[in-house]
Design a protein around this ligand. Sequence first.
Ligand SMILES: [Zn+2]
Length: 144
Amino acid sequence: MKRRTILWAAGILVLLMLTQCHWVFPPLRRADAVVTIKTTGYCACPKCSGWKFNWLGLPVSQNGKPKVIGETSGGHMARPGIIAVDPKVFSPGTKFYIPGYGWGIAEDIGGIRGRELDLYFFQHRNAANWGERTKRVKVWYLRD
Ligand SMILES: [Zn+2]
């Protein structure tokens, strides 16, 4: 009985880690910069991530290429904490702390241009609820 409880707890923990947790390791140094920047919520749905179903009913991106739902441009599964950026502004691997959202890491590219962050949410309703917010965001640039 007790063993079963532990198994359940472990299972729920793994599920939470995969879906909800901001699985970003916080940097151990002080932030390199603090910027005021526009942030927008998004999720893996067609509306937020700009994909559609083709005539076969398979998900494709806007250029018609097959699309894995929820996969970032970096090839990982999107999860809360994944941030889409313009790679000309922030290089992949840049870490952020966004008040009200938490830790995030630049990994996805999406369609955004310029000084803006797109914050990944697991559920569309949470992404829509975030909407567009201008935040004072702490930035840790990627260092070798
Ligand atoms: Zn959505």
